[in-house]
Design a protein around this ligand. Structure first.
Ligand code: PLP
Length: 443
């Protein structure tokens, strides 16, 4: 019944609807902890945190109650001309938890808009500075920052972004700093961060035209969990500072504990000029996003109305009170339960499973950054020869895992594992055991 209505009326994201209509589909009706439950009562481990959003599990009493309490007062009031309590309280808490120098919070609704806001602020900042020539952006090959026109412009995934190129502004691209796929050097031990050297060359030549560099710190998520070598992010910060290029850290996927720290930038003591957050911000309950920035940027937008320094950007649901109440409750769980400190045995369990998976003849790479893992499947591991696109091998492995009760998603031929942070080491062993078995049966 529901499936039929879905098929009749809904156009799903990132989905070839012909294939969707041809197959039977799962309808989720309930959830509990790290499990989703379908309309037939069947349970599935949520091994991708409902697309990287869920943090403390489904139906967490503290978050449920915070939303219910807020519903008893007011669900939403506009942020245009009005302030509200949960938004102000949360902004204060978030700034205290964020890297040094970030002092202001601009709310929006999802990861794409969080990055879109940073791009527009960076662009406008240089105009206020009397430097309209600084209007271009640097992006990484394989980058993914969302699906709005601005964020697609700084995207670098051919499959998603190429069709829109005639509609977009063109950034400067630098190589993706992924050691497994590196074309610049033979070995990470001897490369001396050749990928960062490419950025240095670009900035030496073009810095006077460049407003900002946009980066997913440590992990390029939608590219297939591509992980940068130690020192790369710190070097990017050093170079952008040297050449007066703003740094936009897109922590939409990496934020809120995924990398083993609250924010990925912390691993290399990086203080960006903008930090973009969404996904895990409400613990995976409600759509909310935040773009954090510094006094340097904020002060440049202050002035009399006639000076036209206002940032003319906002959304109907900006600073939504329910979302901010959920975000406050989620952050409180982080501190009450010492969530970050408790990740060590879970990270170790993922590592042990990655080491085993790597031995499989069709697993080219099994990489991990904290609670994020990617298992890259290869037709021929020695030659690093991928499967053909038509084989849809990643999708087939994930379909098999679903038969065994684990809901997991691929990006291309990379099986992504990103469970809620509340997962136990035993659950990790179980889920990755199912992935290993599925790889064995399909590849
Ligand atoms: N930035 C990064 C790094 C992401 O991984 C994503 C989504 O996967 C986005 C931005 C876009 O977020 P949203 O889907 O909430 O618009």
């Amino acid at each position: 019944m529901i499936e039929a209505k879905d098929k009749q009326y809904i156009w799903h994201p990132f989905t070839q609807m012909k294939g969707w209509l041809e197959h039977s589909q799962t309808v989720i009706t309930d959830a509990n902890g790290i499990k989703l439950i379908d309309s037939n009562g069947r349970e599935y481990y949520d091994a991708v945190s409902s697309l990287w959003v869920n943090i403390h599990g489904h139906r967490r009493t503290e978050i449920d109650q915070a939303i219910i309490r807020q519903l008893g007062r007011v669900a939403h009031s506009t942020a245009l001309g009005l302030a509200n309590m949960p938004a102000a309280e949360y902004a204060e808490q978030l700034i205290k938890a964020a890297p040094a120098g970030l002092t202001k919070v601009f709310y929006s609704d999802d990861g794409s808009t969080a990055v879109e806001v940073a791009i527009k602020m960076a662009f406008q900042y240089w105009r206020h500075q009397g430097r309209p020539d600084k209007k271009r952006f640097v992006a990484l090959e394989q980058a993914y920052h969302g699906d709005t026109v601005g964020t697609v412009s700084v995207g670098g995934i051919d499959l998603f972004h190429r069709v829109f190129k005639p509609l977009l502004f063109a950034p400067f691209y630098i190589p993706s700093p992924s050691c497994y796929h590196c074309r610049l050097a033979d070995s990470p031990a001897s490369c001396n961060l050749a990928c960062a050297r490419q950025l240095e060359k670009l900035l030496e030549e073009k810095h006077h035209e460049i407003a900002a560099l946009v980066i997913e710190p440590l992990v390029q998520a939608a590219a297939g969990m591509l992980m940068s070598p130690p020192g790369y992010l710190a070097r990017v910060r050093e170079l952008t500072r040297k050449y007066d290029v703003l740094l936009i850290a897109d922590e939409v996927a990496t934020g809120f504990g995924r990398t083993g720290r609250l924010f990925a930038c912390e691993h290399e003591n990086v203080d960006p000029d903008f930090m973009c957050l969404s996904k895990g911000i409400t613990g995976g309950y409600l759509p909310l996003a935040a773009t954090l920035t510094t006094d340097r940027i904020y002060n440049e937008f202050l002035g009399e109305m006639a000076e036209k320094r206002t940032f003319y950007h906002g959304h109907s649901y900006t600073a939504n009170q329910l979302g901010c109440a959920a975000a406050l409750a989620s952050l409180k769980i982080f501190s009450d339960e010492q969530v970050i400190a408790g990740l060590a045995p879970k990270i170790a369990a993922i590592s042990a499973n990655m080491a085993k998976l790597k031995e499989h003849e069709h697993v080219g790479d099994a990489r991990q950054c904290g609670m994020i893992a990617g298992i890259e499947l290869m037709q021929n591991k020695e030659l690093k020869q991928p499967y053909s696109w038509e084989q849809c091998i990643g999708a087939k492995v994930c379909a098999k895992a679903r038969e065994y009760g684990v809901f997991i998603r691929p990006v291309g031929d990379v099986v992504v594992f990103m469970p809620p942070l509340c997962v136990s080491p035993d659950d990790i062993d179980l889920m990755l055991g199912v992935v290993a078995r599925s790889v064995e049966e399909i590849c």
